[in-house]
Design a binder for this molecule. Structure first.
Ligand SMILES: Nc1ncnc2c1ncn2[C@@H]1O[C@H](COP(=O)(O)OP(=O)(O)O)[C@@H](O)[C@H]1O
Ligand SMILES: [Mg+2]
Length: 234
């Protein structure tokens, strides 16, 4: 579905992604792990065209997307749930969702009613303005809004960051439902256990490159990789 081949990305003079290659196949969840500041968000921004790579290739459904503006990349069917919650605080839940709606020509697209079935708390608060929602509800709204664009590929950038454990469980319940429905996902996540519980394949980044990749079961057993690159078990 998407393949990044040796991408190199800078912020001004700062050379951040120093040759990143990874792939997400149809109907799978691929997780991208790594400590803070290693380049995970920059990878997501490179895919969306927000910080385009200066070198390398990103092929999405057979089309080169490096060089396309972000709105065109979004229209091709890539949805982003950005790090930190981004909603319109002066708009109601329903208005936030309607703003995003785009069917993408899907046979069974996400609609307001369908989204409210998966997120009953948002249905209860449908008339509330964004700024009256709890952090967890805002995260649900961010996810729901991305679903309203009916993306073929969803990019999650640390969806559980800063959320209470019960809300993290709720976020991962939704990710599991999406997986069961065949949604393709690239999941950047700090919660190692949760990431391993949903992913089909895992990549680890360090200092702007991919330093490890395997299935979750192999990574779970690899104590040295986990302690070196993730700080898991420290
Ligand atoms: N807008 C920016 N300008 C300059 N450097 C940045 C900018 N955003 C991030 N960086 C740097 O790029 C590196 C990678 O950041 P990021 O991709 O956000 O890491 P991660 O998501 O893995 O925590 C870090 O060293 C960070 O300081
Ligand atoms: Mg980040």
């Amino acid at each position: 579905m998407i393949e990044l081949k040796d991408i190199h990305t800078w912020y001004g003079d700062s050379y951040i992604l120093q040759g990143v290659s990874l792939a997400v196949n149809d109907a799978t969840i691929v997780t991208l792990l790594g400590r803070n500041g290693m380049g995970k968000t920059t990878t997501v921004r490179s895919i969306m065209g927000l910080t385009p790579p200066r070198k390398g290739s990103i092929v999405y459904n057979g089309q080169e997307i490096v060089g396309l503006p972000p709105f065109k990349i979004a229209r091709l069917g890539i949805g982003l749930i950005p790090q930190g919650r981004m909603i319109f605080s002066s708009l109601s839940v329903t208005e936030n969702l309607k703003m995003a709606a785009r069917t993408g020509g899907k046979p069974d697209p996400w609609t307001l009613e369908k989204v409210f079935t998966v997120f009953p708390k948002l249905a209860e608060r449908r008339k509330n303005k964004g700024n009256l929602l709890s952090g967890g509800e805002q995260q649900m709204l961010t996810i729901a809004r991305a679903l309203m664009t009916n993306p073929d590929l969803l990019l999650f950038d640390e969806p559980s960051e800063g959320l209470a454990p019960v809300v993290v469980d709720e976020v991962f319940r939704v990710i599991r439902e999406l997986k069961a429905a065949g949604q393709s996902i690239l999941l950047v996540e700090q919660d190692f256990g949760m990431a391993m519980s949903v992913a089909d394949y895992a990549y680890i980044m360090s200092k702007g490159t991919i330093v490890y990749e395997s299935t979750p079961d192999k990574l779970i057993d690899n104590e040295s990789v986990k302690s070196t690159y993730l700080g898991v078990g420290e």
